[in-house]
Design a protein around this ligand. Sequence first.
Ligand code: APR
Length: 261
Amino acid sequence: MRVSRDGGDDDASEALRPLELDDRTSVLVLTGAGVSAESGIPTFRAAGGLWESHPVEQVASPEGFARDPTLVWRFYSERRRQALACAPNPGHHALRGLEARLGDRFLLVTQNVDDLHARAGSQRLVEIHGNLFQTRCSRCALPPFREEAVHLGAEPPPCPSCAAAGRGGLLRPHIVWFGEMLDPAHLQRIDRFLAAADRLVFVAAGTSGAVWPAAGLVDLARAQGASTWLVNAEAAENTARFERFVRGRSGLVLPVLLGGA
Ligand code: APR
């Protein structure tokens, strides 16, 4: 496994060694679908990826849900089934291990909604795009609740609280859809972690850098003087923003880079 500098892929690459982390160093990690690929969960933008077979605007937007909630629930129910049949891989476990070593000097921000980081035992975890196994009402303030059920029926599931009040609210997956805002509490938690860090290392793994604001986290980290690493199977849209790029599978690279944690 080789590390190339400044987003290049040049011959000057060096052998991969574990991160040197002293007790003043904090680590912020951003993960994407690539980290779950080795668990059997398809990514979004690769050939045969989710967005190739499911038009984003139909299944991952509030407008699509308004138009056809049954189709949206079928899509997310399939994804629930698939995620339940998968298990965390060595990449997930290496992140859990580093969390155990660093404690509050570690924060894991994930774009993934597949619950695999939580199932690997990660606790210092911010799921900025939501979680497949959380459901909420599309209309009332019913708090999100854990749900593993699949909804494949002709009718989308009604909100129990709305039904009791004679309102017609439907339940929806607690996922951040395109055109929707991230939870400000999540962004504040990331900002607090960045502000509290003395020395900072930022690692992004398994993400194409195509979606904002997640793709801009590297810039926030660099503004804090962080050293920045990208671990990805191929070059990402924002590779040039990273000091170091490790081309490879996160399930192989992360256990080495994170020191076999
Ligand atoms: N190890 C490392 N990287 C991998 C692996 C692997 N085993 N397999 C694939 N990759 C890389 C791909 O090369 C690609 O660059 O992971 C990246 C996955 O990119 P996307 O499919 O675009 O997924 P992601 O970056 O997580 O998408 C961001 O977009 O669709 C929305 O909300 C959705 O959270 C998602 C967001």
